[in-house]
Ligand binder design. Structure first.
Ligand SMILES: Cc1ncc(COP(=O)(O)O)c(C=O)c1O
Length: 422
């Protein structure tokens, strides 16, 4: 039985462990009772369904069956490539030719010429020797890190790195150090204390931070890596196609294209498909094909996705995917929100955080915005610290200025009602 006080105690971490006298599944029952109790938890989106392709105004069906239109500010398909007609055509062609699933891991019968073309395109995009494509973005980080690092090694992470990076680090068994978000002095303090004989050293950072939208100080990280003999891995999930002079990501932004050891990224966000990649030297890519267990032991990316992604990279290679339009609209959104008094952090990408700092207000705000026709993401623990909870707006290239204005107007009205802004 869930008591009143337990119902109100809705912290995420209260449902992780099995309680005394509870069987293994008891926690699932407890959390479900809270979710269905009517108390807002921030998970009200659970059960929501899209009624068609993601587009600037999307129809969603709520849990109660009611369908309504929302201005879509919650998709990572920033460049609308998931619905690009050329991409869909290429995916359809691959579907006809290879079927919808691969039925085997890449090292067996799971790889086609489309997969190899995609890997070559990504390698060229980063000016690297080779590239390996994984069937999942999350699995890319877990696989790459746990293949290369072990007990004798040390990994140094930015505190705001994605969960999949930390999970990969834990699985690797390596010593894990963390520096406060983008605090380069702190990073150097950690590096300066590593014993001389500990030579397996890896610094990992998101290229564009997924919850704040800011770009890593890669230039400084790279200099320190040179000074202290570390390898560098960048996860550019939210940077690919969006930041850098031609959309080649955070390394290009800092003039380091071709110099980062492990160029990881996701094919699920800007590219609009699924999967992840690591562009690196030939040796490292070959090593990963054998030792990255999320590659070796996991069925390959479906050929239709690989086919669609080849079309995506044809656009990205020429910087013809609409990056400039996306950034222009993002700047417009940011300016409106800032002028209206919101704290929007320091985003340099298509991600715009709107800081709320109060979880109770956040849950209500999120729910009411959705009812009013604005779909945004809700972000709190475990994605960020509870006291830094926020709404997270993702710009999409195809959003119109009128839709942006309308969304800002609604967010501003609600922000005032809840005392977030004056
Ligand atoms: C920075 C970062 N890395 C990795 C991932 C995992 O990618 P995917 O969703 O494609 O598994 C995400 C997505 O949430 C991300 O934001």
């Amino acid at each position: 039985m869930v008591t009143e006080s337990k119902c109100l105690n809705i912290k995420f971490e209260n449902f992780i462990n099995t309680e005394v006298d509870e069987d293994l599944f008891g926690k699932a029952e407890r959390v479900n009772k809270v979710l269905t109790s009517g108390i807002l938890t921030g998970n009200e989106g659970l059960g929501m369904q899209l009624m068609h392709k993601v587009q600037p105004e999307s129809i969603i069906k709520e849990k109660n069956g009611k369908a309504h239109s929302v201005i879509m500010l919650g998709s990572n398909s920033y460049l609308n490539l998931s619905t690009n007609h050329k991409v869909i055509k290429a995916a359809k062609d691959a579907l006809e030719k290879f079927g919808y699933g691969m039925g085997a891991v890449s090292n067996y019968a799971g790889i086609t010429d489309l997969h190899r073309e995609l890997e070559q395109r990504i390698a060229d995009f980063y000016n690297m020797e080779d590239c390996i494509v994984f069937p999942s973005g999350y699995g890319t980080n877990v696989g790459v890190i746990s293949a290369l690092c072990h007990e004798e090694d040390i990994i140094i992470n930015d505190s705001a790195n994605h969960a999949s990076i930390f999970d990969g680090c834990r699985l690797s068994g390596a010593e894990i150090k963390v520096f406060p978000h983008s605090n380069i002095d702190y990073l150097e303090r950690i590096l300066s204390k590593i014993p001389e004989n500990k030579k397996g050293r890896l610094i990992i950072t998101d290229g564009v931070f997924s919850m704040d939208g800011d770009i890593a100080k890669l230039d400084k990280i790279f200099d320190l890596a040179q000074k202290y003999n570390c390898k560098v891995m960048v996860d550019d999930a939210h940077g690919i196609g969006i930041v850098g002079a031609t959309g080649r990501g955070s390394a290009e932004h800092h003039g380091l294209l071709g110099k980062i050891d492990l160029n990881v990224g996701m094919l699920s966000k800007g590219p609009g498909g699924l999967g992840g990649y690591c562009a690196a030297s030939k040796n490292i890519v070959q090593y990963l094909r054998l030792y990255a267990r999320t590659y070796f032991f996991s069925t390959a990316l479906p050929a239709p996705i690989a086919g669609g992604l080849n079309e995506v990279f044809k656009l990205l290679e020429k910087d013809k995917a609409g990056r400039k339009e996306l950034l222009r609209k993002t700047e417009y959104l940011k300016l409106q929100l800032k002028n209206n008094g919101f704290d929007i952090g320091h985003s340099e990408s298509a991600i715009v955080p709107v800081m709320i700092y109060n979880e109770e207000i956040l849950f209500k705000l999120y729910q009411e915005l959705r009812e009013l026709g604005v779909y945004v993401n809700i972000v709190t623990y475990p994605a960020v610290r509870r006291k830094e909870c926020r709404l997270r707006l993702c710009m999409m290239k195809d959003l119109g200025f009128k839709q942006i204005d309308k969304a800002v107007q609604i967010i501003t009205r609600k922000g005032k009602e809840y005392g977030i802004i004056k």
